[in-house]
Write a protein that binds this ligand. Sequence first.
Ligand SMILES: [Zn+2]
Length: 93
Amino acid sequence: MPENCPVCGQHYEPEPGFYWGAMYISFGFSVPIVLLTGAVLYWLAGDPDTWVYVTCVAIIMLVLTPPSFRYARAVMLYAFGGVRFDPSYLKHK
Ligand SMILES: [Zn+2]
């Protein structure tokens, strides 16, 4: 992650350790994914063995970790970093 936005120069880290809170946001993304995966497996696969649940959830979480990591940081920055997207800024450049 660059220190500043290459387009507008916005500094991405308001304070040291700012993104620790993104762990909780990422956790908030993960819980519904795990529950939804379990529910889908239960209904579509007819309550398979435990190893099927664990394997499917592990694979899905591994695939979704990069976007979850990035979206959690973006949500953290928007929610607590005082950053707002201003589309009109791009028109002035
Ligand atoms: Zn920017």
